[in-house]
Design a protein around this ligand. Sequence first.
Ligand SMILES: NC(=O)c1ccc[n+]([C@@H]2O[C@H](COP(=O)([O-])OP(=O)(O)OC[C@H]3O[C@@H](n4cnc5c(N)ncnc54)[C@H](OP(=O)(O)O)[C@@H]3O)[C@@H](O)[C@H]2O)c1
Length: 292
Amino acid sequence: MAEHPQHVAVVTGATGGIGTAIVHRLVVGGAVVIAHYASNSDRASKLQREVWELGGTCSMVQADLRTEEGVGQLVDSVDDLLRSQPTHALHALVNNAAKLLGPSFSDATPAQFDEYFALNVKAPFFLTQRLVTRMHPGGSIVNVSSAGAHFSSPGDIVYAMSKAAIESLTMNAAEWLATRAIRINTVIPGFTDDGHIAFRIDEVREYLSTFAVLGGISDPETVAEAVAFLLSAHASRTTGATLDVSGGSTLGARPAPHLSLRALAATRSIDQPGTGGNQGAERSDEDSIVYE
Ligand SMILES: NC(=O)c1ccc[n+]([C@@H]2O[C@H](COP(=O)([O-])OP(=O)(O)OC[C@H]3O[C@@H](n4cnc5c(N)ncnc54)[C@H](OP(=O)(O)O)[C@@H]3O)[C@@H](O)[C@H]2O)c1
């Protein structure tokens, strides 16, 4: 996006590990970023400083996207920026914020189900519906899915279902959005070191790396690069598509049977990775490990 420095990109979940990398990448590419977060105001302030150090511009917007009001607040902040900066044009939306992993088929409650779908599905749907009316022709949307939607995940069934739904959003919205010259695509990460403490534990990394046929854990920058590509003119003929950066985690490889994250969790004070990246390790039993 470097050739269009006044392009505005909205990134949800910017305080998470992957969201932060996406913001950095888009700022380096010349975008003005509206970086959304929910609760981590320390991380939000740090991200804003990092953007300034990169020589970029970024406004932080706090909103709970589980609610209609929260979605409205983010849309209003886009309107405020476009009104105050008439030379700016909304060019990109990255639906990245999510509640990660869990709950299991046996334990899920209706309230949990609603919470996952409110944040992971309903918010991207209505943000997309509302922001495309403000979007510049040639604009682009990227939805962040998960490899977990592509293999059997009874322990994370609600999360996996929500990610299947966001991929369906991509596919089903593409034709209508094309009439406005707007593209929409999905990126599929596998396990990605988002800064969660669990990724610092060798046994956890070993276990999680067995999901990918390429082995290893992804870094957030790799996901961000894929997002930037899909937003760029290099992907001008790509819409309704998925770009899999999961290291082949969607190909059906199964975790090594001698490893079990649940067993690890029983001996160590960790919960599942990817449930809040930079916020530290204090979690409730509700967030217990489900991968095994
Ligand atoms: N990390 C992985 O292994 C992995 C694998 C596959 C797919 N993904 C996908 O990649 C994306 C980013 O994941 P991540 O690992 O970077 O996650 P993360 O570090 O846990 O960050 C989650 C982000 O979502 C925000 N969020 C949480 N609750 C919210 C709410 N109620 N309203 C609005 N925003 C809320 C958080 O805001 P605050 O921090 O301000 O509360 C944070 O910015 C997600 O869509 C996830 O499903 C991740």
